[in-house]
Write a protein that binds this ligand. Structure first.
Ligand code: GDD
Ligand code: MN
Length: 401
């Protein structure tokens, strides 16, 4: 079902794509092109570009799109997460000059996947493309990708670095290795069959995307992998090779946290979304809390020779505090509390966890009464505690704004 378009002699599908794109160009007399976007007929393509600190790249990208998409009715939607460098002001400047440009400015939220989803859902063209703002993705592939979707035989076209003719030579060794491992893992564990499920460059039919959208994760980086895994092999897909370029200005926003995001997404898809990415991170942090608790307990007992009850209380206190800090940095980093809100959040977190402890002990006790198996009762209590803490933290500590 999934194939790659190869360079070299043309296959029938490529011929089709070429015909479709040349038809498009030739059906537009040059005078019509000069008279503005309205003359091109109904909107065909929405290009969605997530941005975070890309001020110096957006104008260049717009002009490149303008050149490569001449003769096509297109628009571009920049989805900016309130970049401190003022990206949204530059985009608004462009938008005032040209109505094909739109800007969505999101406040209090971060995340590449969420931005892409929101951008696609805020647009209406029958086809939507997603690409980086930094010119690493080759915009000159867009007409070919569009023609492949328009032919009706494909529903998703992926700009691919890992099929013949594509490459990611601009990657350093470390990044290339990480990308290869993640790709292999995704292919095996999630039975994804495309060569480059980690690509951030693709075009999809709107109707198919709208069907899948409610099941997609707004957290994380890997929107294409999410789409492909969620569709479970039911999207007719083709890959077109391109060469992953170097970033023009600014720096990459991918950090080491992305690896954790990726694992969480794999887990979410494996468990049919029972375990969300956020819950996975929350539970991981909870696991570290156990070690912090025991470490503190040992320390206070041995060094201060404190009575056990007090040492235990100190352990719980330190563990809750470290859990809060880690969750604020990791689990909820897209909604990170700052300034005074940290103190308010920390107090709310203590409260939530204290009630969680009662729930934990209560459940463990009632399980133990029915089945006196210590580890089963203990695990049931711990599970109850983490589910409670997770649910209540989402409501009272890191409230969605
Ligand atoms: N709105 C928004 N919010 N945009 C973001 C955020 C965010 O939190 N984080 C990153 N972006 C934007 C960047 O401004 C850029 O336009 C695009 O998303 C990709 O981010 P980069 O920081 O340039 O990532 P990369 O180049 O290291 O990785 C990209 O290419 C890989 C290979 O194709 C991403 O697209 C990866 O998903 C992809 O695997
Ligand atoms: Mn990039």
């Amino acid at each position: 079902m999934n194939e790659a378009i190869r360079p070299g002699p043309e296959n029938p599908e490529q011929a089709l794509a070429r015909q479709a794109s040349s038809q498009q160009a030739s059906s537009q007399p040059p005078t019509q092109q000069a008279s503005g976007p309205q003359a091109l007929g109904p909107l065909l393509l929405s290009v969605v570009v997530p941005t975070f600190n890309e001020r110096d790249n957006v104008t260049k990208l717009f002009h490149k799109l303008e050149a490569t998409l001449a003769g096509i009715a297109w628009e571009v939607i920049f989805v900016d997460d309130n970049s401190p460098d003022g990206t949204s002001e530059v985009v608004r400047g462009l938008a005032r000059q040209d109505s094909r440009v739109r800007c969505i400015r999101r406040i209090g939220r971060r995340g590449l996947s969420g931005a892409c989803i929101e951008g696609i859902l805020a647009s209406s063209a029958p086809y939507a493309a997603v690409m980086d703002a930094d010119l690493q993705h080759d915009e000159s592939q867009l007409p070919k990708m569009l023609a492949l979707l328009q032919s009706g035989q494909r529903e998703l076209v992926v700009g691919s670095r890992y099929v013949e003719g594509g490459n990611a030579d601009s990657f350093n060794k470390q990044r290339a290795g990480a990308s290869a491992i993640a790709t292999e893992l995704a292919k095996r564990v999630l039975s994804v069959s495309i060569a480059d499920p980690m690509s951030g460059f693709f075009m999809i039919r709107r109707d198919r995307f709208e069907q899948l959208a409610p099941q997609l994760s707004t957290q994380g980086f890997k929107i294409l992998l999410d789409i492909v895994a969620t569709a479970r092999g039911e999207l007719r897909t083709v890959e077109v090779p391109y060469s992953f370029g170097s970033r023009l200005h600014g720096e990459s926003k991918l950090d080491s946290m992305v690896a954790l995001d990726f694992l969480g997404l794999v887990l979410a898809k494996l468990t049919n979304d029972v375990v969300s990415l956020r819950f996975f991170l929350f539970a991981m942090v909870g696991g570290t809390g156990l070690f912090v608790h025991l470490g503190t307990l040992y320390f206070v007992l041995k060094l201060f020779e404190a009575p056990f009850a007090q040492a235990q209380a100190a352990g719980a206190f330190v563990a809750m505090t470290s859990n809060f800090i880690l969750n604020n940095f990791l689990t909820y980093r897209d909604q990170r509390l700052k300034g005074f809100a940290i103190l308010r959040g920390l107090l709310a977190f203590y409260l939530v966890c204290s009630v969680g402890l009662f729930a934990n002990v209560g459940v463990a006790f009632s399980v133990y009464k029915q089945q006196p198996i210590w580890w089963l009762a203990g695990a049931a209590g711990a599970l109850m505690g983490v589910v409670w803490n997770y649910a209540m933290s989402g409501l009272f500590v890191w409230r969605k704004r």
